[in-house]
Design a protein around this ligand. Sequence first.
Ligand code: GLC
Length: 607
Amino acid sequence: MILTTTIRLITSLLALSALSTTSCQKEENAVRWEPDSSIEAKVTALLSEMTIDEKIGQMTQADRGALGNIQDIKEFHLGSLLSGGGSAPSDNTPAGWADMYDRFQSYALQTRLKIPLIYGIDAVHGHNNVRGAVIFPHNIGLGCTNNPAIVEEVERVTAKEVAGTGIDWTFAPCIAVPRDERWGRTYEGFSESPDPTKLMTAAAVKGFQGSSLGDGGSILACAKHFLGDGGTTDGRDQGNTQVDEQTMRALHLPGYIAAINAGVGSIMVSYSSWNGVKMHGSSYWITDVLKGELAFKGFVVSDWAGIDQLPGDYASDVAMAINAGIDMVMVPTKYKEFITTLRTLVNQGRVPLLRIDDAVRRILRKKFELGIFDRPLTDRTLTLSIGSPEHRAVAREAVRQSVVLLKNENKTLPLSKNISHIHVAGKSADDLGNQCGGWTISWSGNSGPITTGTTFLQALKNSVSPATKVTYSRDGTGATGAVIGIAVVGETPYAEGQGDRWDLSLSAEDVACVARLRATGIPVVTILISGRPMIIETALGISDAFIAAWLPGTEGQGVADVVLGDYNPTGKLSHSWPRTMSQIPINVGDQSYTPLFPFGYGLSYER
Ligand code: GLC
């Protein structure tokens, strides 16, 4: 403990000393601006003093885990670091993250021009890499709330928890419009339709960025992945979106227009292709449409090693990506090679200096707007709020509103809190990791007690009367004597392409669990924990009530609130629900449209 405190103290002193030299050395530095000069004037002044190496450094983003030596931040003038999914400090606590951020920042502040780092992370459903942070419903659940206000509130809290670790930038919201649920990233989008997507996008950007980026609790948002990531053939991750331009614009562009109108500060390019052309190399979409037609003034970042997927050797990859309009490259490991390659390309005239200056101007503009030149270190008062009861209450409300009631025969639900005996079953009834899904603590997520929160089973036990007996079995046995059975089944965690599936049927284990409850002759409530609609007709047929809870996160109490009637369900499907795999892809607006449950469907309790 003494060692940690000492390290923390040294880190802060290092950073503060760098800061103090910043203020008194500004006169010695080439860079001069009046304190009240405009951001554009500051950017212009700074840009005019930068060497080509300093400029290219600003365009370079490395993963924290790939840093060969922390001195590289200073030596290569790195403009940005990131934590890829699960790339956490050994001390994975809010204070441990803040110490790590401040230490990295202290090296950036030792560079000649003392340009602070901007640090990015996938805070896509809360500050989900950080143990103890609140984990919110993934976007598919937020899309079912049909309530932009709760989405803005969720992202506001997320921004405060991210800022509480010093980090300035989230790679969110994902505004994919998933058109084929076989895609492993379906849960990261709000809806199959652009209409709710654009509403939730605007709300999310406002939540993350606040009324001003310079507010202490605001962070830079990043709309992703541009463009058409959710429209690939067969839902293949990083695949090929084979649609005409009119369809591409009608389905996948509205979210970006909403994001830009809401002031989004960054946009991430998609790994996917449009009719065989990689988005990372598309100057038409990135420069002509995004920066030209839509007048996007923020900066464009590549995806993780996204430029490496371009055809040709590395030099042509870099040239194609930067000339297409990418401003910052998430390298994220070979950052020295990237810097050397880009410098050579500039010297050869294959990448114009004007393009470099445009990219750096866009990046610096956001750094000034964020206020990190003046306040480069963590605001530790925000650190204390991470995982607070107040933040968890917001998540609980979001969970309540995200749940969709699909079936409720004979008014099975809501349950009385005074029932004599409830038997709970299923692999996800008491599993926080399953409740959270991918992008939680680790990149893929994991089953089990991975962080702090409340499982559905714990929430149920917390809420029923002391006289109510609550029993549990994973497989549905042991329900004898129970008045009602609740099965909590669905998917185990996955991320990105790991979740691509040809078959979305419930597993045999899950169906057997529901069937065992049914066999006892008691009413059965089934709760589905999943990142997307699944093929459920068998389980649905033997359930008296059926709830889609999506990936609710750490606050399982929100699901129990619906089951026990403390919240009358209002959730409506943001995706069409297929009967069979042969119906997929199935989307609202299709000519022949016979889903199991239509887009916008959701029951409430009849009082
Ligand atoms: C990933 C994802 C992207 C994420 C990035 C950084 O591969 O495609 O959504 O923001 O890498 O983790």
